[in-house]
Every structure is written in structure tokens, then in C-alpha cells.
Design a protein around this ligand. Sequence first.
Ligand SMILES: *Cc1c(COP(=O)(O)O)cnc(C)c1O
Length: 360
Amino acid sequence: MRNVFNFSAGPAVLPEEVLGEAAAEMLDWHGSGQSVMEMSHRGKEYMSIHAQAEADLRELMGIPASYKTLFLQGGATLQFAILPMNFLPQGKTADYINTGEWSKKAIKEAQLFGKVNVAASSEERKFTCVPPRGEWRLTPDAAYVHICANETIGGVEFQSTPDVGDVPLIADISSNFMSRPIDVTKYGVLYGGAQKNLGPAGLTLVIVREDLLGHVRPNSPSLLDLKQQADNDSMVNTPPTFAVYVAGLVFRWMKRQGGVAAVERRNIEKSNLLYDYLDSSAFYTNPVARADRSRMNVPFTLPDAALDAPFLAGAQERGLLQLKGHRSVGGMRASIYNAMSLAGVQALVDYLRAFEKQHG
Ligand SMILES: *Cc1c(COP(=O)(O)O)cnc(C)c1O
């Protein structure tokens, strides 16, 4: 057992059970005499790992047969470009909701490919909320509407799926993947990197409604054509085999936890514990509107930035790792993904209280 709690925003903590399984199978997967890393991606052993991971993902998220699930590379950041290449035809407009740093990056990349309308933004409110649906100025007949479901840096999260009518809704769920049940049928595309909630870096998941595929821009590289990826079971080239395998172990762990609904209950408990303490204290501040607070990423500041270094040093001493906030916002950030235990959040709250007592 490790005696630390890792609050990294990503790559992030993985369930210890999963790391133990991967370690035990490292040299010889299921009597095959091979590490998963050494297997041909076309061999029957790896194909079974890939198929099982996909089946478990589909079961956990309730993904209907009319959606394709893709295991790709390039991170969510490459999807920022792949989305307009595949779903924004020349002459059409894509609507983006700007709720923070990741939204901004998605917008910037989409602008390389076509017309982007920022239909609503909370930038003037320092990204401390989701702009109310009533403020959104959507384009009639837009190609799609894009949201970042959870802003990992600002700690702002959509608590429900916005209604955008018949226009396909696309969501970046990198940092709240499988942290709460989600009605996949309300989305055209869901996507995210694995390294926050699902596994190691190097794997990107894309869940896409099949009827949206097949309109990639001419002259697009094969790897960036989601239809080709779908038609080839994500094997246009070598998929990130080891990362898919570890994500598959995480999916099985999720099932043992009772599935996404059970994991959500724990996530509510964990985030309430932390926010309740922050709110009860005059020492720590979280700037996000209560209704829009993220259950996954909790930024907070101390009353004086000069206290940041001693705070982090004391945390490190107690085995509370990677609490430093993102360089763009400063302060602290506790990422409390699916694999973070309630005991970890309790240890953090105990430390927050002790530090406040000493310095408050
Ligand atoms: C981490 C993150 C990204 C970027 O992911 P990469 O895999 O590094 O490209 C994009 N969006 C959100 C919401 C993230 O948390």
C-alpha cells in the first residue's frame, strides 16, 4: 500500500488495485508468455483485450449500438482539430461555449478550419461559472455546439446537459469521464484523454454517433478521419495497446465499484466534504459559483500567496502530493478523480484545518 494521496490534475492517480494487476501481469499476460506491450495488435490476445475494454466501456456508459467508440492517440488536443475537420463543413458555423482555458484552446483550434461563433462566454466573469443557457446566442442551423463539460483548470462543471435542440452537441469530458452518469443519446460526440479518470496518457476516447461520420474534409490524413477509424476498429495504425489494456482494467475496477452511479455517489460525498470545509473557512477561497462547481477539480487560494510555498511543503510532508494550482490561475488545486478515496479527501481537509489553525 502506498501511503500518499496524489491530487494531480493529470496524468492522475489510478486505483492501486489496477496498478497491482498490471504489475502482476507485466511479464506474462494470462499465460501467453508475453507482456501486453509485446503483443501484436492484430493477434488474438490483444484483440480480446481491446474488445473486452470496449464492451465494458459500452456497458458502463450505456452506449447505444448507434454510436461508435474509438480508442485513439493525440489527446483531447488533437480532437480540437479533428472535430472541425470531420463535423464542420465549409460554409457552416460551429458554436462554442467558452467556460475556461480548455474551451479557449478548442475554439482556437477550430478557428483554423472554419467559422466559429462563441455563443456564450464567462470570460468576463473570470470563468467562475457556466453562462446561463438564456445567454447563449446559438446559430440557427449550426454544424454543432461544443462545450467543455468540466474545466479542469477553473473547476467549473456543467451539472446537466444543455438543450441545444437538434444540433449535435459535442462535449470534451476529459476530466469528468465516467464520474457521473451521462445520457449518451443527448450528444453527437463525447471525447477525452484517458489520463484524468481512465488510465495512462496516450489514449484518447471518442464516442461518436455513427450517422455524423463520413463527411471529413477532402485531403484529410487517414488517421484524422473518424470514419476510417470507426471502419477499422481504431486500427488504421497501431493503437496505444498498453494504455487500452490499463483503461480496460480501470473499467473492470469501475464495475466492481458498482458502476458509474455508485462512483458518482462517492464523488458527491468527496466533493461535498472538501467544499463544505472551504466554505466554512474564512481562510481559504474557492471563486466558482456554487451551482457550477466541479466535483473533480477544486481550485482554492490562501489569503496570501506568500503562504503557498509553506502550504505545499507541509502537504508534501504529509504525503499530500501535487496540490499546486495551474500556472495560469495560481493558488492550489485538488483534483479528486474517481480513483481518489474519501480517506484522501479527509486527509486533505485535516491538513487544511491544521494549516489554517497555524497561520490563520
Ligand atoms: C487535460 C485536458 C485536455 C488536454 O488533454 P491532452 O490529452 O493533453 O490533449 C483537454 N480538455 C480538458 C478538459 C482537459 O482536462
